[in-house]
Design a protein around this ligand. Structure first.
Ligand code: G6P
Length: 451
């Protein structure tokens, strides 16, 4: 049983039908759940509507209902106003409100109860991500015999930050309800182990903790993508045509720089814009020869910090274009919408330089997707050292995104990188992304849970 905040399908109001939500997690788990007749417990994404369990894509789907108020306090409030900024280095001030904590507990209870109602005697339950950290212990209290895993997709912060959370002990105890607790990176695992030993009576090491007479295994399992699928899309005739079309619409510049992110303040889109402007200030000969396409996928639009960062970024795009555009040829092309995988790969194939500059990121799959589509070993990846992916993608141009001059320099280096260096780096990157794909990841996690 997979328990995640969202179901792997989403409800389309207009057509009144469910459609699959694409993504690595879903593609990796679908065959496994189909084979084991597994269930997926999750929120439908539509507040106030109670859906009955149903089957889709060969998986039994068990929707959890959320009222509008719970959605606001749990999701917009505690998940994305408290936990998200706190776990991402507090790059925005996390807010601590008791009236958000109680709904978080209540929603976690709802997920645990729904799960327990469907549990079979030898089922393995695998809980996903920061929205559901209390669920492992809640399931254990209600259904003791099952093996329970938890995977944190975002970073676990250092103790100095985590300790600020008024409900820190409850969160750790919730997670310790697992048999296996898995993280994206070694630093997250260490941070958790330190926090658990300091804030509860758990004892042990970075790899294993003893808690209430049980052993809890702490695992590192960096998530990957469906590499073969991205490579195949990259090679597809229509995608290559689309890429050529994008370049010609951009007036065939010497170099296309691309950013693809959910519009989130953790992604460093604002610093990236400043670095781009700095590059033009430093190397004016590049103006008119380099185009920057930023795809910003709308996200969490009800959260005030997301509204603020959106207008900041849009203001910056306007100012930079105002300074450097010729009529019909703005240097920045800003697209605020989501794209399907095929269209997105068209952009990856059109880009000479991929710019991935989060201030903190659990992994960052965009960097891996770009690499997977560069089957001809062309292109350059600029990657923040604060993305989990930088623990694996050593052959990227790794940079501190807070250092705007260094970022501008690195961007200049990426734009001017010769084919030989591109190929040397890209080959090594592609090897990593091919060997540790999302199927490798799922197997590693599920093996540890005895599946
Ligand atoms: C991150 C989180 C996921 C979350 C996704 C999209 O990747 O780790 O748990 O689903 O962002 O955010 P959303 O709030 O739209 O689910």
């Amino acid at each position: 049983m997979v328990v995640a905040n969202r179901l792997p399908v989403s409800w389309d109001e207009e057509s009144g039908e469910w459609s699959p939500s694409p993504g690595g997690l879903v593609s990796a788990l679908t065959p496994i759940l189909q084979r084991t007749e597994g269930l997926w417990v999750g929120w439908s994404g539509v507040p106030e509507v109670g859906f009955e369990p149903f089957s889709h894509s060969g998986i039994r789907q068990v929707p959890v209902e959320l009222s509008e108020q719970l959605y606001l306090d749990f999701y917009t409030g505690f998940c994305n106003g408290t936990l998200w900024p706190l776990y991402h280095d507090a790059v925005r001030a996390p807010e601590f409100h008791r009236h958000w904590w109680r709904p978080y507990r209540e929603v976690n209870e709802g997920f645990a109860e729904t799960t327990v109602a469907h549990i079979g005697s030898d089922d393995v339950v695998w809980v996903q991500d920061y929205q559901l950290q209390l669920v492992p212990a809640m399931i254990r209290e209600r259904a003791k015999a099952h093996r329970i895993g938890f995977y944190l997709h975002i970073p676990f912060p250092p103790l100095e930050l985590f300790a600020k959370l008024p409900w820190r002990r409850q969160v750790i105890e919730g997670l310790l309800g697992s048999d296996v607790l898995a993280f994206q990176s070694r630093s997250s695992r260490t941070n958790f182990s330190v926090a658990a030993r300091r804030l509860t009576e758990a004892e042990g090491t970075t790899r294993e903790l003893s808690w209430q007479g049980r052993e809890v295994q702490l695992q590192v399992a960096p998530i990957g993508i469906d590499t073969a699928q991205f490579e195949e899309l990259g090679r597809a005739e229509e995608v290559r045509e689309h890429a050529a079309h994008i370049r010609s619409e951009l007036d065939n510049p010497d170099s296309v720089i691309l950013g693809v992110d959910r519009l989130d303040y953790t992604k460093g889109i604002d610093l990236r814009m400043t670095a781009f402007k700095t590059l033009f200030d430093m190397r004016p000969e590049m103006v008119g020869k380099v185009s920057f396409v930023q795809i910003a996928v709308p996200s969490r639009e009800d959260v005030p910090e997301y509204q603020r960062i959106r207008s900041e970024i849009e203001g910056m795009v306007g100012r930079i274009n105002g300074d450097f555009a010729e009529v019909g040829r703005p240097p920045i092309h800003y697209l605020y919408r989501s794209f399907g995988a095929e269209e997105l790969v068209g952009y990856y194939r059109a880009a000479d330089v991929m710019l991935v500059t989060p201030l903190r990121d659990g992994m960052n799959l965009v960097s891996k997707e770009y690499v997977a589509t560069r089957y001809d070993n062309t292109g350059a990846l600029v990657l923040s050292e604060f993305a989990g992916a930088s623990e694996e993608l050593h052959n990227a141009l790794v940079v501190n995104p807070h250092d705007v001059d260094a970022l501008a320099d690195t961007l200049g280096r990426a734009v001017s990188m010769d084919r030989t260096e591109q190929a040397r780096r890209m080959k090594a990157l592609r090897r990593t992304v091919a060997s540790k794909d999302v199927f490798w990841w799922a197997e590693r996690c599920l093996n540890a849970l005895g599946v």
